[in-house]
Design a protein around this ligand. Sequence first.
Ligand code: GDP
Length: 207
Amino acid sequence: MNLHNAQFIKSAAASRELIGDGLPQIVFSGKSNVGKSSVINKTLGRKNFARVSNTPGKTVHVNYFLIDELAYFVDLPGYGYAKVPKTEKNRWAVLMESFFSKSQHITLGVMIVDARHKPTDDDVTMANWFQATLCPLVVLANKIDKVKKSELDGNLSVIRETLNLRSDIDVIPFSAEKGINKEALLEKIFAAVEESTADSDSEASCR
Ligand code: GDP
């Protein structure tokens, strides 16, 4: 799968606009400003492909990018931004509920949290939604370039414990800015897409 061959497909603002065409979906999620766009851009080797936002939480959309005609990168709307109006928060909740109810399309969840802080209640809710699907999930602890080496292991344990992660779910220390552990993420993505393509005749194994 050639990650450089990526095209924006659409922004879905309502449940009926979500894509469920059977292609594998790599689903990125994280609170506003955690670096989700930066992670997607770094993974694709592009500079400004997924927008790096200055106004977090402004729009509630699920963005789809088609990668080499083989899989989607799905950019879920960021959450947890205090200044978002209540109506937008409600729209977010409704959209997320329909997204996760169609979770047979989640080939791999990539949940991004801030390596510097204990995960928020919203992060815990998101981790619960992902884990309830039983779909493969990886957690990126982003911005480790801002964490002291001596504090990193402790922070990673707090993240694992607070999110109450299953033992098969890895927490990868990550830096979208420096590209640290990009290869580890790519391996997860390639393995998940390969496995789901090999399994495409069988029933989806997660939901
Ligand atoms: P999003 O709202 O989650 O999509 O976050 P963005 O990708 O727009 O990033 C939010 C801010 O965090 C921007 O100023 C980025 O430059 C910065 N950022 C993202 N990843 C990293 C990282 O790994 N390290 C550091 N130090 N800053 C980062």
